[in-house]
Design a protein around this ligand. Structure first.
Ligand code: TMP
Ligand code: MG
Length: 190
């Protein structure tokens, strides 16, 4: 988090709009951090967005709206939150000539991949990996997200995967300073 993913998404969509394409932006309805009907970056850059539910209805809405309103390109923010069903929708839209731009986290607070990211990433024609400044060592090497509990301590591995939040709940950390109490150690098996 705090690495400019959404900034980059909005930048790409602006370029598409300048080139004359009809563009729509979708976001998960649960992400009301800054605004319900807009995607807003941590620096306050805003763009109107269509909030959709994180279920079959939301996925259907993305497909139907895109095709019915003849959008040539779409953006999806916080794509990590979407269910596995989004994969088929994305592949279907690509087959129908729609360009798709998405922004999301590779890893959850446990340091493990989000399912939909693993499913869709191999299909990407281009991926941009961003990083942030580690809140502990201040090196520009943060690729992990530290969730902080209400007690100010690192969140336990068993916490739910999705908790919407910002600087109140999360910090950017490098691999060395990312802490997940209760995370099972990787076993080497042959
Ligand atoms: P951001 O990367 O655009 O700042 O937002 C990431 C969102 O994902 C934010 O609402 C917090 C949320 N989140 C989770 O729900 N679970 C997680 O494990 C992590 C790392 C983030
Ligand atoms: Mg974001």
């Amino acid at each position: 988090m705090f690495s400019g993913k959404t900034d980059e998404l909005l930048r790409q969509l602006r370029i598409l709009k300048h080139s004359g394409k009809k563009v729509a932006l979708f976001k998960p309805i649960i992400d009301t951090r800054y605004s319900a009907g807009e995607v807003v970056t941590h620096d306050g850059v805003k763009e109107q967005a269509i909030p959709v539910e994180l279920n079959e209805n939301g996925v259907k809405q993305i497909v139907e709206k895109t095709l019915n309103e003849k959008y040539e390109a779409i953006g999806i923010d916080e794509i990590q939150f979407f269910p596995e069903k989004l994969k088929n929708a994305v592949l279907f839209l690509l087959d129908n000539g729609v360009e798709i731009y998405a922004s999301g986290l590779n890893l959850n607070f446990r340091g493990e991949p989000w399912q939909i990211i693993q499913e869709l990433m191999p299909y990407a024609t281009k991926t941009i990996s961003t990083k942030a400044v580690c809140s502990v060592c201040k090196q520009y090497e943060a690729t992990r997200t530290q969730r902080i509990g209400s007690n100010g301590k690192p969140a336990h591995y068993s916490e739910p995967e999705i908790i919407v939040g910002g600087k109140d709940r999360y910090e950017a950390r490098c691999v060395k300073h990312h802490e997940v109490p209760g995370k099972p150690k990787t076993e080497f098996k042959v």
